[in-house]
Design a protein around this ligand. Sequence first.
Ligand code: NAP
Length: 284
Amino acid sequence: MTTIVDGNAILREIQAEVTRELAAASAASGIVPRIAIVQSGQDPAAALYTRRLSRVFQAAGFTVDVVDIDADASPETARSTLAKLSADPGIQGIQIQTPLPAHLSTSALVDVLDPRKDLDGIHPVNAGLLAQGTPDVVPATPLGGIEILQRHGVAMEGVNAVVVGRSPTVGRPMAMLLLLQHATVTICHTRTRDLGAITQSAEILACAAGRPGLITADMVQPGAAVIDFGVNVVDGKVVGDVVPEAAERAGLFTPMPGGTGPVTNAMLLRNALTLYRRVVGAEQ
Ligand code: NAP
């Protein structure tokens, strides 16, 4: 029997936990928990995600500033906005929403983000700490992947884990986190030869390619734990990178939607609580 992961149930549980702990920490410190979400451009998916994320944060007790940077703004203007937020003592966490307009790429902005306010672990300091095996703030999406595996008792030590995708926010940190759990990790990308032969060897298969249907059922080892991060819109429907039929072969399977997405939000909440506690001196 395949275990189908209920990401929304995990989110509800973590939301309740963070709400409780944040209320206690803010009552003790008297400091308002406040985060900023920075967005730019007209991308409807990014705007929808910002609204959803704002609701999740507000429900947990955070004040949320949504900061719009004009899509025509110069990189200097965008950097100055971000620098001001970074220097604002009333803000404990900052999330840069992607996609950004092409001339305002994350890499052009990220160095003005204070790594201590880096809600999604994208700053090179945080990426470097993870790469060195001493993580601090970790990107929420891969952190959610590990949370799912741990909650469902999936053994990671010594197992063959395959990650499809090597982006700095999903594939690469997922591989690093699996390595920290002592898995034997293979990273696949567009130059990988015979992807199917490699994915078939995976006891844990994590996909973050953003290619609908890239992983077909025959590419999944029977009994594997399949973590699908892919979010693709096909004919108006949200689908993952792994075909839904692969669930029948898997031991554990994250559906899309309803799998990894809500757990990403849960991990962002946890990261925000950690950053808040540090600022108010109530670190645990
Ligand atoms: P990205 O920056 O576009 O990276 C995609 C990665 O997949 C690249 O490393 C690319 O290889 C690899 N890839 C693409 N096509 C491939 C193929 N045919 N075979 C093997 N590898 C292939 O995307 P991302 O930001 O990592 O996001 C990946 C997916 O996760 C997207 O669908 C995104 O929407 C989704 N996502 C989900 C969540 C969530 O909470 N579930 C959160 C964030 C993102 P190269 O490096 O060789 O180009």
